[in-house]
Design a protein around this ligand. Structure first.
Ligand code: MGD
Ligand code: MGD
Ligand code: SF4
Ligand code: MO
Length: 671
């Protein structure tokens, strides 16, 4: 007898600002349908080309279904099945050995944003490694430079509610490819446009979003601070600012204005390589067609001076006083809202290093790390300077455990692979960094094969190690209940039960609240800090002594509609029609090298080399080439992806994202 299908409400776990609410249809324990929740105000009934076929991932024949042990050489992906008992035994034997030797810090937990859920991204498994005293990483590859730039201006950098942007009259999408990376915001942008707003994109690449905007400003990459200084120059000179607002809400205006005097529009346009008149036009538009919303995510941060670019854009919102009108203000990650609201599990300090330096740390002469546990992350693809990462992973003495759903390029190097559940097999609370709704993801089906959630794996390892700790052994549900029990006003009326009923709820931010103007219960804003802006990185770009060996700048942004970071780059159904990553270049650079669309070319620098197919593109500017990020390593003859070329350098104090886009290359026809 066939039973009626059941509907289970859940939420997408991806590192994507949209955090969609979804409904899974389940028949006899099998998920038979997945769709966007039509009642969710942001999801509005549609998911995306990445996730529409998520059930194919869940039921994919290549899913890891049991624990595995390596039987081939590292990197060969040759494994045999073992039992959970054997796997846990081997892992705890290694951990016990390292702990007994007095060096638990030789064990490294390397995890990132494979899932954004509160429980499965970290909480329980972080607790395990806190108790062990293992080494940890600074998870700085995404959003941290942007956060720091904004926080230096705003303190806790609360974003305006992105949904409120529908009331803006000017929307600037500043270094964010909304239609590709944040597609559920686009209807808000369109609604504003229908009500008369002008949509401006500031991006060195003519992206899909730039093509759909009213105006595309295409600066030389990395020069945005000069653009902001030029705009501030005009705002100040032409009395286009509310000096009372500035005096009442900010400090440091004099230093900012002083610096801006050095940036008349013509100079800014020269450094940014923009047509004459652009800066005056922008200043006037932003100051007079209001409310003005400045929207950014992470695009400009992946470079030297990236933090300063985000600091400058945040300051510009303040100089414009753009929060004064509902619909205006600074819209970046909304993560500060749920972070303020939810109670945190206490953490213990551990030795850390910036995750961008994984290759360097693993390849050190006398390496401190001999045991590596990877979960929610695919460092063999996503970390810069890939050759060093792969050389590190290939170390015979490195004992590597990977918890994942598939044998990705990292798992291919593992000694032990542990099967992870997918989002429809696990419970989680999913906060969003693109809107103000919290979602409860309820498991729709039982774990497939012998897969387990990260939290349960952590509890089993903890128990086998004999660790005693109340927090570690809480159920997933209890972890969520504890997080919701903060008593914070933003969570008023939000309980486990109320979330379970609807699947999602909006944090209690008054609907028409203006940050910096209105009282928001439980939220304190600080005095806004303006100050001197560092224009040196922008100037260095044009003064740069071009290394004649590598005269072209490489950008490797998110570019494929069906990819989400490295999740889908290895799956035939998700590959774009070309079936391979293309090297895009401007006609001028291609012409001078005798390269045409379809030619095989070699792209190289001091770190590595790729052979790719060239594509002449009018979306780039001369001097800039592009390779999409997210492809797996078998997509090129070298067995490498774009991160073999990218720069692993980070900011002062080992902080911030890697300088991915400060990568210089040469391209030549493949002999
Ligand atoms: N060149 C270049 N490099 C970049 C970037 C770029 O733009 N250009 N972007 C950077 C940015 S912004 C980011 S965020 C990072 C992303 O880097 P990652 O966070 O590593 O990327 P993902 O591919 O999203 O996720 C990694 C893995 O998590 C696994 N996973 C998913 N759900 C679960 C789960 O519930 N449990 C377990 N155990 N595993 C799970 C997936 O199977 C996948 O293999 O890459 C960075 N690297
Ligand atoms: N389809 C798809 N969607 C995704 C992802 C994905 O892999 N695929 N990844 C998700 C993740 S982890 C993240 S962090 C978000 C990121 O979302 P976004 O920040 O929107 O994406 P990015 O591709 O990192 O960068 C956005 C734009 O910044 C531009 N940019 C680079 N340098 C500069 C600069 O110096 N100045 C200016 N003004 N612009 C610059 C790039 O050309 C690019 O078009 O997307 C999420 N959504
Ligand atoms: S990846 Fe983003 S857009 Fe796609 S379903 Fe998930 S949250 Fe929504
Ligand atoms: Mo990211």
């Amino acid at each position: 007898m066939v039973s009626e299908p059941l509907t289970v409400v859940g939420a997408c776990h991806h590192d994507c600002p949209d955090t969609c609410s979804w409904e899974v249809s389940v028949q006899d324990g099998v998920a038979v349908g997945l769709r966007g929740n039509s009642r969710h105000p942001v999801t509005r009934g549609s998911l995306c080309p990445k996730v529409n076929r998520y059930l194919d991932r869940v039921y994919h024949p290549d899913r890891v279904m049991t624990p595995l042990r390596r039987i081939g050489a590292k990197g060969e992906a040759q494994f045999e099945e073992i039992s959970w008992a054997e796997a846990i035994d081997q892992i705890t034997e290694r951990f016990t050995d390292r702990m007994a030797a007095g060096c638990p810090e030789s064990i490294l937990q390397f995890s990132f944003a494979g899932t954004q859920g509160l429980v499965q991204m970290g909480d329980t498994i972080d607790r395990l490694f806190d108790l062990i005293g293992a080494s940890d990483i600074r998870r700085d590859l995404c959003g941290v430079s942007a956060f720091r730039g904004a926080a230096r201006v705003l303190g806790t950098p609360y974003s305006i509610d992105p949904e409120s942007m529908r009331h803006a009259r000017t929307i600037v999408l500043w270094g964010t490819d909304t239609r590709l990376t944040n597609r559920h915001l686009w209807p808000t942008v369109e609604a504003a446009r229908h009500a008369g707003a002008t949509i401006i994109v500031i991006d060195p690449v003519r992206t899909e979003t730039a093509r759909a905007a009213d105006l595309h400003i295409q600066p030389r990459p990395g020069t945005d601070v000069a653009l902001v200084l030029g705009i501030v120059h005009v705002l100040d000179r032409d009395e286009l600012i509310d000096r009372e607002w500035i005096a009442g809400h900010t400090s440091g205006w004099d230093e900012l204005a002083q610096g801006a005097t050095m940036w008349p529009p013509g100079r800014a346009e020269e450094v940014c390589a923009l047509p004459e008149g652009t800066v005056e036009m922008l200043a006037r538009q932003l100051a007079t067609q209001t409310p003005t919303a400045l929207r950014t995510l992470v695009g400009p941060e992946h470079r030297r001076g990236g933090e300063e670019i985000l600091r400058a854009v945040t300051m510009l919102a303040a100089v414009l006083g753009s929060w004064r009108e509902f619909g205006g203000g600074f819209a970046r990650s909304t993560a500060a809202w749920p972070e303020t609201a939810l109670a945190k599990t206490p953490r213990k300090p551990r030795p850390t290093f910036n995750m961008a330096r994984l290759g360097e740390v693993l390849c050190a002469e006398d390496p401190t790390i001999d045991t590596l546990i990877v979960h929610n992350c695919n460092p063999a693809v996503i970390v810069p300077d890939q050759n060093s990462v792969l050389a590190g992973l290939a170390r015979e003495d490195l004992f590597t455990v990977v918890i994942d759903q598939f044998i990705n390029d990292t798992a291919a190097y593992a000694d032990i692979v542990l099967p992870a559940t997918t989002q429809i097999e696990q419970l989680d609370l999913v906060p969003s960094w693109g809107h103000l709704y919290l979602a409860l993801n309820q498991p729709a089906i039982a774990p497939r094969g012998q897969a387990l959630p990260n939290s349960e794996i952590a509890r089993r390892i903890g128990a086998a190690l004999g660790l005693e700790d109340e927090l570690l052994y809480r159920s997933d549900e209890q972890v969520i209940r504890d997080a919701l029990a903060s008593g914070h006003p933003l969570l008023e009326g939000i309980t486990y039960e109320s979330l379970a009923e609807q699947g999602w709820q909006r944090l209690v931010v008054p609907e028409q609240a203006r940050l910096y103007v209105d009282e928001i219960p439980g939220v304190t804003t600080e005095r806004i800090r303006l100050g001197h802006l560092d224009d040196e990185p922008a100037l260095a770009l044009i003064d740069r002594q071009v290394d004649q060996r590598y005269p072209l700048t490489l950008i490797s942004r998110k570019q494929v509609r069906t990819f989400l970071n490295s999740h889908y780059g290895g799956f035939a159904d998700h590959l774009p029609p070309a079936g391979e990553p293309m090297l895009q270049m401007h006609a001028e650079d291609a012409g001078s090298r005798g390269i045409r669309t379809g030619d095989r070319v070699d792209v190289r620098n001091e770190r590595g080399e790729l052979t790719l197919t060239a594509q002449i593109s009018d979306q780039l500017q001369p001097g800039l080439v592009a390779i999409p990020f997210g492809w797996w390593n078998d997509s090129t003859p070298q067995g490498r992806s774009v991160n073999v070329l990218t720069n692993a350098q980070v900011g002062r104090g080992d902080r911030g994202s890697a300088y991915f886009h400060d990568t210089f290359v040469e391209v030549t026809p493949h002999p």
